[in-house]
Write a protein that binds this ligand. Structure first.
Ligand SMILES: [Zn+2]
Length: 259
């Protein structure tokens, strides 16, 4: 084992055991990626989670095709937010990295992004249908329908596909006048969901909520194919309990963490 003891003047100090660059960011991203499996959001190696450190100008993301079970913080790849170049890490970053970068650049308030092929949300993406806001569970997390992108053109598919996926999400938000803080997710048509949040942990909560409300919406339409969305006053009442300056749901420390 390497000697971690170093001399510093007349004193001898011990280097911290986790002295890898961007250690805290990588640990959080590793933990959230690993949490996708017990949350029932991924099978095989599908999906990826990332977090941004805007002060440092870097994004930490899961390595491409890596197994979740053995994932360690040192495996997490650190890339430049500006040009996508690898800053640290030995492995190749997720192939979806350009989509994550596009979202961080377009939505300056977000701190984490998650992509999965979770079954119920992906079913809506495959149907090319936005998920209607049928109830307060949905409104607590998404203020209105979870939108879906338009199909990419052949030229977009043949070119920078993952970059164009991100651009299509941003295009949907601009076209519909959506606020990414109020609607922290989008379905990539024929593919699957992307969620985000002020932190990667919040993005995970939104990914779990999205899968739940996607399932509820399917059941709602099975019971009543003519079911109508929640009326706006109740939708907004619920959303504002948890978000924004008038939020009062949860505990103070909890809210500060999610703010
Ligand atoms: Zn995917």
């Amino acid at each position: 084992m390497a000697d971690r003891t170093v001399s510093a003047g007349s004193q001898r100090t011990t280097a911290p055991p986790t002295a890898i660059p961007h250690a805290e960011l990588r640990e959080r991203v590793c933990a959230v990626n690993r949490a996708l499996v017990p949350a029932g959001l991924v099978v095989l190696a599908f999906g990826n989670a990332s977090a941004v450190d805007r002060e440092a100008g870097v994004v930490a993301i899961k390595p491409s095709g890596a197994d979740y079970a053995g994932l360690e913080p040192a495996d997490i790849v650190v890339i430049s937010l500006v040009d996508g170049s690898r800053v640290d890490g030995q492995l190749r970053p997720s192939s979806d990295t350009p989509t994550h970068l596009g979202l961080y650049r377009a939505f300056p308030s977000i701190g984490g992004v998650i992509h999965t092929h979770s079954t119920q949300a992906t079913a809506w993406a495959q149907a090319g249908r936005p998920i209607p806001c049928f109830g307060t569970t949905h409104a607590d997390h998404f203020r209105g329908p979870v939108p879906v992108t338009r199909p990419l053109t052949e030229a977009e598919l043949a070119g920078a596909y993952e970059t164009n996926t991100g651009l299509a999400i941003v295009e949907r938000f601009e076209a519909d006048g959506l606020d990414p803080d109020e609607v922290p997710g989008c379905l990539a048509v024929g593919h699957g969901p992307f969620t985000w949040g002020p932190s990667v942990e919040a993005a995970l909560e939104n990914a779990i909520a999205l899968e739940q409300v996607a399932a509820m919406a399917i059941l709602t339409l099975a019971i009543d194919p003519a079911a109508t969305p929640l009326w706006p006053a109740l939708r907004d009442r619920h959303h504002r309990r948890k978000h924004g300056s008038t939020a009062y749901y949860g505990q103070v420390a909890d809210k500060r963490e999610r703010a």
